[in-house]
Write a protein that binds this ligand. Structure first.
Ligand SMILES: [Zn+2]
Length: 93
């Protein structure tokens, strides 16, 4: 009985660590991919006569702290006002 429990515990631990590593590497890949995007994001705003206000460093921090792929950015709109927008929404309109 105790032997069986040890094996089971070991298996659960293995599964737990594997999932942890998998999640972490996926998370890092996503952050890496997105943090190399700053230039593109800046251009997206410029194309629409807007100006992104967040610095590259702020952008990276925003991405790192977002739990999914949606995140907000600050920008000056073509009307001259400062706005906050979900970047995926801004991109799609
Ligand atoms: Zn406005």
């Amino acid at each position: 009985m105790s032997f069986y429990n040890d094996i089971k515990l070991e298996y659960l631990l293995f599964k737990y660590i594997t999932n942890l590593l998998k999640d972490n590497s996926l998370y890092n890949a996503r952050v890496y991919r997105m943090t190399n995007n700053y230039e593109k994001v800046v251009n997206k705003f410029n194309e629409r006569n807007c100006k992104l206000l967040n610095t590259n460093e702020e952008y990276i921090e925003i991405l790192k702290s977002s739990k999914n792929t949606t995140y907000k950015l600050n920008y000056i709109a073509s009307c001259g006002h400062e706005h906050i927008v979900f970047y995926n929404v801004f991109k799609s309109r």
